[in-house]
Design a protein around this ligand. Structure first.
Ligand code: COA
Ligand code: AMP
Length: 625
């Protein structure tokens, strides 16, 4: 069936469409309703149905003849390790660790925090939670203690799983001091901790409520999968919003398994048995969906890569892994390709590798500039697909659906709406704009299966943040255009979210960090264009009157404050000390105008500005540097 017909079908007969997709999975109890619309605007998929995601991702394939096939390949250039887990091995390790979780009191519905580097135990921990119906919440290793603490407080976990260290290039990053500090901040010091002691930083001393992973699993019997309701949460993943307070995106078990399994064939065009590699981190949604769940649900081999695109040891890292494991489909962020291009613009490293197994490169997580897309196409000689989605959706919302129909590529556009997503562009009054005009990118409700049904413990915030702007629509937070051919163009965010090297950050969280310095009276953080990372934070601070400080020293202190409160991934490009911030007469800081000045783009002086002269001062400060 061609894309247009399939897409129309998905919107005209959603229940039939998704019920058909759901039949590819094993359900322990059939659903009562495919789409439950009894509580509009809150929709649920497959209500009344029961299944287990871990069963569908592992046991089902073992029983279906894939027991000996590689399920997970751990590739770690930073430690020099590589290990293959067959489907049977992974199932057995997961089943035993699930038993260990039970031993330490974790039951169905309990939350478990996973704060881990890219090691197999992290994947095992996630799947073990799913096996017993516990809800994992993975926190990215690059976040600082305060961010971890906020997530612990909100999720209210029964247990936390971590490791002695992460390895970032050549640096060993100790995790336990951060974990201890976070649990102190969250007033959760007595929480049970299961810790992996890595040889790069063996654990010698630990908190009295901690136990080593090896001890936790010793003598434990494997446990079976527990059926959960399709609408029960599989996991919570916190993401940045407009304020510094992260939002706990809830992932529904049933819809997630159905949508992800469907996406592997129809979007990524891979079959069971193929090798699929998402070079991301399990701390982000890409890692949840396309390192762990989707490839396993679909019976593929997935790669867990502990390394960087460059520097581990060089810009050939990706080609080496593709050649070694015969990767068919690679998914990463445009930043990774920009980094490779910077080190090896002529693609010399590529000439020494046979990457003929590769059929497609998928890019997402941030806007993909046409230059990077074309460079990747020229180097790899395969289709390069820019696709658009977000933590909230859990799977692509717009893509070139390679498994349905390969459509013409328009560089800079993530192509067309994925079946299930009724994407509309509305103006600020909620009217649909004609094709070619820009506005708010919205999705007409209901969202397809797998999308967030709520925010953890906060249905009101879910409604306020996503559903209240225009009745009957979901607010994606992005602005853009749908052109005459129905192609989507994502131009910018409409809120204070920025995207640094594919990492989603809230400028609000950075501002909250800067304002903790007693010299700072007020501040603003904006995202400015960056050749490598897409965007980078840039800070502006106004000091308390009469403050006499060494400016260079203060800047360093403020940089350090951001790193220690938000995390090293949020390190600003610079922090400027200014006398005033541009504001509207009602006191709103004109961050959008500041951003345009910083990026050297034309801007209009807003009619509501309090004092236009401040904009000149900002421009001078930026020029001066
Ligand atoms: N744990 C601890 N620290 C981390 C971390 C983690 N998981 N991830 C990043 N950091 C640290 C880095 O070590 C660095 O610290 P430093 O300032 O002390 O050197 C800082 O956070 C910034 O990291 P990053 O933004 O990754 O920049 P980089 O210069 O180290 O690397 C790239 C640049 C382009 C190689 C890197 O950003 C990259 O691989 N990007 C790919 C994007 C990606 O996979 N995104 C996932 C979404 S799909
Ligand atoms: P995250 O939730 O971290 O995946 O970030 C999602 C946000 O990243 C989206 O709302 C967009 O702002 C941006 N984004 C992701 N993919 C793309 C893309 N292909 N093109 C443009 N922006 C993107």
């Amino acid at each position: 069936m061609d894309y247009k017909t399939l897409y129309r079908n998905s919107l005209d007969n959603p229940e039939e469409f998704w019920a058909d997709c759901a039949s590819d999975l094993v359900w322990t109890k059939p659903w009562d309703k495919v789409l439950d619309d009894s509580d509009v605007p809150f929709y649920e998929w497959f209500s009344g149905g029961e299944l287990n995601t871990c069963y569908n991702a592992l046991d089902r394939h073992c029983e279906g003849g894939r027991a000996g096939q590689a399920a997970l390949i751990y590739e770690s250039p930073v430690t020099g390790h590589s290990r293959n887990y067959s489907y049977a091995e992974l199932r057995d390790e997961v089943a035993v660790f699930a038993g260990a979780l039970r031993k330490y009191g974790v039951e169905k519905g309990d939350r478990v925090i996973v704060y881990m580097p890219m090691i197999p135990e992290a994947v095992i921990a996630m799947l073990a939670c799913s096996r017993i119906g516990a809800i994992h919440s993975v926190v990215f290793g690059g976040f600082a203690a305060k961010e971890l603490a906020t997530r612990v407080t909100d999720a209210g976990p029964k247990l936390v799983i971590s490791a002695s260290c992460g390895i970032e290039g050549k640096k060993v990053i100790p995790y336990l001091p951060l974990l201890d500090q976070a649990l102190r901040l969250a007033d959760a010091e007595d929480l049970t901790r299961i810790l992996v002691s890595r040889p790069q930083l063996p654990i010698e001393e630990m908190h009295s409520s901690a136990v080593l992973w090896d001890e936790a699993v010793a003598g434990v019997e494997a446990v079976d999968c527990v059926p959960v309701e399709a609408t029960d949460p599989l996991y919570i993943l916190y993401t940045s919003g407009t304020t510094g307070e992260p939002k706990g995106v809830v992932r529904p078990s049933g819809g997630h398994a159905v949508a992800l399994n469907w996406s592997m064939k129809h979007i990524y065009n891979v079959q069971p048995g193929d090798v699929y590699w998402a070079a991301s981190d399990i701390g982000w949604v890409v890692g949840h969906s396309y390192i762990v769940y989707a490839p396993l649900l679909h019976g593929c081999t997935t790669i867990l890569y502990e390394g960087k695109p460059v520097g581990t040891p060089d810009a050939s890292a990706f080609w080496r892994v593709i050649e070694k494991h015969k990767v068919k489909c690679l998914f990463t962020a445009p930043t990774a390709f920009r980094a490779i291009r910077r080190e090896d613009p002529q693609g010399d490293f590529l000439k020494n590798h046979d990457i003929s197994s590769l059929q497609t490169l998928f890019l997402a997580g941030e806007r993909c500039d046409p230059d990077t897309l074309h460079w990747a196409e020229d180097q790899l000689g395969v289709p390069v697909v820019d696709h658009w989605w977000q933590t909230e959706s859990g799977w692509p919302m717009a893509a070139n659906p390679m498994g349905i129909e390969q459509m013409e590529v328009k560089a800079g556009s993530p192509t067309v709406a994925v079946p299930g997503y009724d994407i509309r562009v509305l103006d600020d009054e909620g009217r649909e704009v004609p094709n070619g005009e820009s506005g708010n990118i919205m999705v007409k409700l209901p969202l397809p299966p797998g999308n967030l049904p709520t925010l953890w413990g906060n249905r009101q915030r879910f409604y306020d943040a996503y559903l209240s702007r225009f009745e009957g629509y979901y607010l994606t937070g992005d602005a853009g255009v749908v052109d005459e051919q129905g192609y989507l163009w994502v131009m910018s965010r409409i809120d204070d979210v920025i995207n640094v090297a594919g990492h989603r950050l809230s400028t609000g969280a950075l501002e909250e960090a800067l304002i903790t310095n007693y010299n700072v009276a007020e501040c603003a953080v904006i995202g400015v264009e960056d050749k490598l990372k897409g965007e980078m934070p840039l800070g502006f601070v106004v000091l308390n009157s009469g403050t006499a400080v060494d400016e260079a020293e203060l800047k360093q202190t403020l940089m350090q404050t951001v790193r220690s409160q938000v995390g090293p991934i949020a390190t600003p490009r610079d922090i400027h000390i200014v006398t005033r911030l541009p504001k509207t007469r009602s006191g709103k800081i004109l961050r959008g105008t500041m951003q345009k000045i910083a990026d050297g783009k034309p801007f209009k002086v807003p009619a509501t500005i309090e004092d236009p002269e401040v904009l000149n001062e900002i421009a001078e400060t930026l020029e001066w540097d």
